[in-house]
Design a protein around this ligand. Structure first.
Ligand code: GLU
Length: 454
């Protein structure tokens, strides 16, 4: 049976680091197994869902290199949910409720004040036909709950958390549909997972109790004849729940909830850096600057995930980014480099960059003009000698420094620094052996001569 995973964002905002991590891990599970990855837009909440967010989700996933094999939208599947609703209602697993939000809140408070868990008391289930008719005659439209089976134990082997067990009696029958007919998340997601043949559901641990409920919905739907059209898929997918992502201080941070691809892009963070960090954060595998996606995907392993919250540190991301930039091939960055900067230029300058955007500053060392410091008379004489000794061959820098070392007896800093300062105007920077050929013979001689005369 081939692996099918899905990423199911609600288009009510932009993706943040937590969502990106879930998307990435589901993508990796599918890609590693040679399976399929579905993008499912959870847009049943018409009031809060926006088309611009759907576009932004697609754009962000594309920027991150997380391609999807199929796209689905819940808003296009409402007829299907209706069929499932009728089937579960006929099977006695869905019942109408008439309590107002205030009534439910009062019930909740009473339970809590008695030291009881605030579980829905199923009062609506006990209503007679006449009582229901009376409510509707009063103009109260029902909302709908799924009837959990208290006799059916809920168990699953979680891919990260291990054996999980829930007592259905300790859970409230979930509201699955509002009085206006609109759907809550719980049931449509289950129907979609069945219809789309999803074999593995990987999501944050904030969904653990949803999983307990959904397992019973899966079973009820299965009993009502709903089965994956592929035939091979199982009645209930495998589940895994990841520990949440927290900020550096170990707390759920507001900042993480708003940190997304736009912010990363603006700061010059490469998608590969985000991927390298999020692929391994919270796992037993070391976070390393691995720019090759396949290496990360092949080593992706749910069993290496820990139960402790994963700490997202923006400084780690910066460090990782610099190390990734140092590996990026010219083709990956060519359209973001200053005009005229070729592959050799990229290779010379790349080791000095924390962000690709800084390439332009360093490229100015090649194109000039450079701002030279004042040299001592001694250094000026030395630089004049350098201008004369410049010999253009395969390795002009090696040749020049070897000749000057011989003729002047200078070595180390007193040999290299005045040359670097005269040629680039800087005390540090890219490898001169790579930079000098890019500056070119005439320009290099002109800079040395000018420095000697100053
Ligand atoms: N739309 C849900 C969410 O964003 C999907 C949860 C799931 O993966 O089933 O939380």
């Amino acid at each position: 049976m081939s692996t099918v995973t899905r990423f199911a964002p609600s288009p009510t905002g932009r993706l943040h680091v937590g969502n990106i991590r879930t998307a990435l891990h589901n993508w990796m599970l599918a890609r590693k197994a040679g399976g399929r990855f579905i993008l499912r837009i959870d847009d049943t909440d018409a009031a809060r869902s926006r088309e611009e967010y759907v576009d932004a989700i697609r754009a962000d996933l594309t920027w991150l290199g997380l391609d999807w094999d199929r796209e689905e939208r819940q808003s296009a599947r409402l007829d299907r949910y209706e069929v499932a609703f009728d089937a579960l209602r006929a099977a006695g697993r869905i019942y109408p409720c008439y309590e107002s939000a205030q009534e439910l809140e009062v019930k909740r408070k009473i339970a809590l004040s008695r030291g009881l868990p605030p579980i829905y008391d199923r009062a609506a289930l006990k209503l007679s036909d006449a009582e229901r008719a009376a409510k509707e005659a009063e103009g109260i439209q029902p909302h709908w709950r799924f009837l959990l089976d208290h006799a059916e134990p809920i168990r699953w082997e979680d891919g990260i958390r291990g054996a999980q067990k829930f007592d259905a009696a300790q859970l409230s029958d979930p509201v699955i549909r509002r009085a206006d007919g609109s759907w809550l998340y719980m049931m449509p997601s289950t129907i979609d997972d069945i219809d789309m043949g999803v074999t593995q559901v990987l999501r944050g641990e904030d969904h653990v109790s949803n999983t307990a409920v959904q397992i019973q919905i899966f079973t009820a739907l299965h009993a009502a004849g709903f089965a994956a059209t592929s035939g091979a898929a199982k009645a209930v997918p495998d589940f895994a729940h990841e520990a949440l992502l927290v900020g550096r201080e170990g707390k759920l941070s507001k900042r993480l909830g708003s940190l997304g691809c736009d912010a990363f892009r603006e700061r010059g963070i490469e998608p590969e850096s985000i991927v390298a960090l999020l692929a391994r954060l919270g796992t037993a595998q070391p976070v390393e600057p691995i720019a090759e996606r396949a290496v990360l995907t092949d080593s992706f392993d749910l069993s290496s995930f820990g139960r402790a919250p994963a700490k997202f540190d923006e400084e780690d991301l910066e460090r990782l980014n610099a190390a990734i930039v140092h590996q990026l091939p010219f083709a990956a960055v060519a359209d973001r480099l200053p005009e005229g900067m070729d592959e050799a230029g990229w290779h010379a300058i790349r080791p000095n960059l924390a962000h690709v955007g800084e390439a332009a500053d360093w490229w100015r060392l090649v194109t000039g003009p450079v701002d030279q410091p004042d040299f001592t008379p001694d250094d000026r004489a030395f630089l004049a000698e350098a201008a004369a000794a410049l010999d253009w061959n395969e390795d002009p820098w090696g040749t020049l420094t070897a000749a000057l070392k011989q003729s002047t007896g200078r070595k180390g800093r007193s040999l290299f620094l005045p040359l670097r300062q005269a040629l680039t105007g800087m005390d540090h920077g890219p490898d001169m052996g790579e930079l000098l050929p890019l500056i070119g013979e005439d320009e290099a001689r002109a800079r040395l001569t000018r420095a000697a005369q100053a």
